[in-house]
Ligand binder design. Structure first.
Ligand SMILES: Cc1cc2nc3c(=O)[nH]c(=O)nc-3n(C[C@H](O)[C@H](O)[C@H](O)COP(=O)(O)OP(=O)(O)OC[C@H]3O[C@@H](n4cnc5c(N)ncnc54)[C@H](O)[C@@H]3O)c2cc1C
Length: 421
């Protein structure tokens, strides 16, 4: 294979994972990042790497949440009504994808990656990248009996299809409380997903960034990519607004929630990627839960992470990817306070907001741009950019090398992830 110079726009989870895989293949890599490596949504997330949960957000259950999200600020999902005209296309696509058939199709497309999520992450770990800070097994909780049973059956079905390990049996009331004594007594049902994994994204991203720097990538901090230039070049502005052009043999666009404006400025039509902001904070607790707790009905996650407890949740559409709306912390705190006992909710630290790169149908954009064979887009990973990051990096390296990606001996079908679909 001829070695290439690959220019990557964006030094977040996908840009760094792509850089890692490309450097491993012996390519030369330049990363264009306007802020710092790991800006965007890379570090404040829940740290979940989860073969069982890689599925679109849109489902028959979430269509109603979208309606609620427009009219109330007390829901985990909120949509700024003033931005509705701009979000209308995305919203309609989301509702279209919420049907049973769309959900099943989307889940099957994403599940192609399930078998490689943990192996790809372990390949990084074998190379010295830090995947510490979390551990194995999630406790999934839900106090609505019907939803609990439906979720359990859904995970069992996925396991039967080979999309992850089977869930443990359902635990209720006293048995659940004995299993996880830090749960609030109001939490009445749950089960383990024993094989899912979590890590600390702060140390993971720092170690990945250090690795790609040490492996020789040229990291151009403070450069904002404005548009694609001719061939495989990227036109940028530096911190004092001077034009800078970076030219390589290939360009990988991994600009997360900022991908669509960049492609538009480059004259490329694509499926829209919009920002779905999430929030997190650290809370002091009397006793640390023994595993990650994912509250399906409360739409929040409590994650023991290197000895601190991180709380994560919310999905906010307001088209302002970096704006922190403080009322979201109150909603998230109320949700988490009904999940875990002994939290000192007044003394939250590490408050953080980050934009998930959302697509209406939940599918990432992963492939070459039609008519621009030198340009690859790797973006729109929704709630799964950490789960799918390491394996996405490998797919990008395969695309650069004109190799077909195989997962468990089967060719990966990239059609559902076409840049324009
Ligand atoms: C609250 C929350 C919890 C989450 N939990 C999980 C989880 O548990 N598991 C999981 O798998 N995923 C999770 N995610 C999703 C995951 O964080 C994202 O899918 C992932 O970060 C997307 O990676 P990315 O590289 O596409 O974007 P980002 O990580 O956001 O990186 C994009 C980068 O591109 C840079 N950039 C953008 N435009 C330009 C430009 N024009 N010029 C130069 N640089 C540019 C940005 O500064 C940024 O550094 C969560 C997200 C949130 C918000």
């Amino acid at each position: 294979m001829k070695k290439q110079h690959v220019v990557i726009v964006g030094g977040g989870l996908i840009g760094l994972s792509s850089a890692y895989a490309l450097l491993r293949d012996g390519h030369q890599v330049t990363i264009i990042e306007r802020d710092h490596l790991g800006a965007g949504a890379a570090t404040g997330n829940a740290g979940e790497l989860t073969p069982q949960q890689v599925a679109p957000l849109a489902s028959p259950n979430t269509a109603l949440d979208v309606m609620r999200g427009v009219f109330t600020r007390s829901s985990y999902l909120s949509i700024d009504a003033l931005r509705l005209p701009a979000l209308a296309g995305f919203g309609l696509g989301f509702i279209r994808a919420s049907g049973k058939r769309g959900t099943a199709r989307g889940s099957a497309a994403l599940a192609q990656f399930s078998g490689e999520i943990l192996p790809a992450m372990h390949r990084m770990a074998a190379d010295g990248i830090d995947i510490s800070g979390g551990g194995e097994g999630y406790l999934m909780t839900c106090s609505e009996e019907g939803a609990l049973q439906a979720a359990h059956a859904g995970y069992q079905r996925r396991a039967d299809l080979g999309w992850g390990e089977a869930p443990g049996r359902i635990l209720r009331d006293a048995e659940l409380a004995a299993h996880e004594p830090t749960l609030d007594p109001g939490v009445t049902g749950g089960f383990m997903l024993p094989a899912e994994f979590s890590l600390d994204p702060v140390t993971f991203v720092a170690s990945l960034a250090e690795h790609v720097r040490a492996a020789g990538s040229d990291v151009r901090i403070g450069l904002t990519a404005e548009r694609l230039g001719a061939g495989a070049s990227v036109e940028c502005r530096n911190e004092v607004s001077e034009p800078v052009t970076i030219t390589g043999d290939r360009v990988v666009v991994a600009a997360g929630a900022w991908t669509t404006p960049f492609l538009k400025r480059s004259g490329i039509r694509s499926t829209a990627v919009v920002s779905g902001k999430g929030y997190s904070f650290t809370v002091p607790v009397e006793t640390m839960p023994s595993t990650l707790i994912h509250a399906m009905d409360r739409h929040c996650v409590a994650i023991p992470m290197h000895g601190r407890l991180r709380i994560v949740g919310m999905m906010e559409f307001d088209q302002r990817p970096t704006r922190m709306n403080r009322d979201r912390f109150d909603v998230l705190t109320r949700a988490a306070a009904g999940l875990i006992t002994g939290g000192d909710w007044e003394n939250r630290t590490d408050e953080w907001v980050g934009p998930r790169p959302m697509t209406a149908d939940g599918m990432p954009l992963l492939g070459r741009v039609p008519g621009r064979a030198d340009v690859i887009v790797a973006s729109g990973h929704n709630m799964h950019g950490l789960s799918l990051g390491p394996v996405t990096g490998e797919v990008v390296a395969d695309l650069v090398a004109n190799r077909v990606t195989q997962v468990k001996g089967k060719n990966l079908d990239l059609t559902p992830f076409a840049v324009r679909r």
